[in-house]
Ligand binder design. Structure first.
Ligand code: MG
Length: 237
């Protein structure tokens, strides 16, 4: 899982470095695909329930599951969420980050920083003997205290030989509740945080999820193993 995670992280970094005004999300997807296959891995997303690309690329009010396209050209100030995963020797790595195309507005930057920070607040709670709800509450509190809302309709998840395994890891909940965390469990922790309402809608393409009020959304994700020595992030370089 460490190797699958490292490949996923490398691909995400390569895509992030390519995010700038004028680039198409299709080009970003090609970069992700090249990086994953170069390492002898395959995309965890391509053809998953019919998803047509290697990476999900979701811009501004798009929350998750955006489909890359040749006609999707990034503009100055776009908030660009990229989610991708690699399968290597039968194990899956899953990670996401939100990047700036050019210079973000102060509003977008604050949302993005808060979402990234909330992921690490959640990871801190991924310790043996705790509960899934400890992670959920830490993320929810951090974001709501700063005036943001937590997407309810999509959650983090267990990850291993399959991309989506039990347990469900919501970004909202109550500490001390839910599945007990034990060494050897691996979770994809992934806050999806909105600038306005938590309500979302799925677009007619059947994939792209947008905020209902058209306000911005950000997304960060790491694959995290629970060990006797505390949380270990698999998706680091
Ligand atoms: Mg995930």
């Amino acid at each position: 899982m460490r190797e699958a995670g490292r490949i996923s992280a490398e691909a995400l970094k390569a895509v992030g470095e390519a995010v700038r005004p004028g680039v198409t999300t299709f080009e970003l997807d090609r970069i992700a695909h090249a990086c994953i296959t170069k390492h002898g891995a395959s995309s965890a997303f391509l053809n998953y329930n019919g998803f047509p690309a290697t990476a999900c690329v979701s811009i501004n009010d798009e929350v998750i599951h955006g489909i890359p396209g040749r006609n999707r050209v990034l503009k100055e100030g776009d908030l660009v969420s990229v989610d991708l995963g690699a399968v290597y020797r039968g194990y899956v790595g899953d990670n996401a980050a939100t990047f700036a195309a050019g210079e973000l507005s102060p509003e977008a930057k604050r949302l993005n920083d808060t979402t990234r920070e909330s992921l690490f607040e959640g990871i801190k709670m991924a310790v043996a003997g705790g509960r899934v709800g400890d992670i959920s509450e830490a993320i929810q509190r951090y974001c709501e205290e700063r005036g943001y809302s937590v997407v309810r309709d999509y959650t983090g998840h267990g990850v291993g030989r399959k991309m989506h395994e039990d347990p469900c890891v919501p970004n909202f909940g109550t500490a001390g509740r839910g599945v007990r965390l034990m060494p050897g469990m691996v979770l994809a922790i992934e806050p999806m945080i909105n600038g306005g309402t938590c309500a979302v809608k799925v677009m007619p393409d059947g994939w792209t999820v947008k905020t209902r009020d058209g306000k911005l959304s950000a997304h960060f994700e790491h694959t995290v193993a629970i060990t006797a020595d505390g949380p270990k992030i698999m998706t680091l370089l």
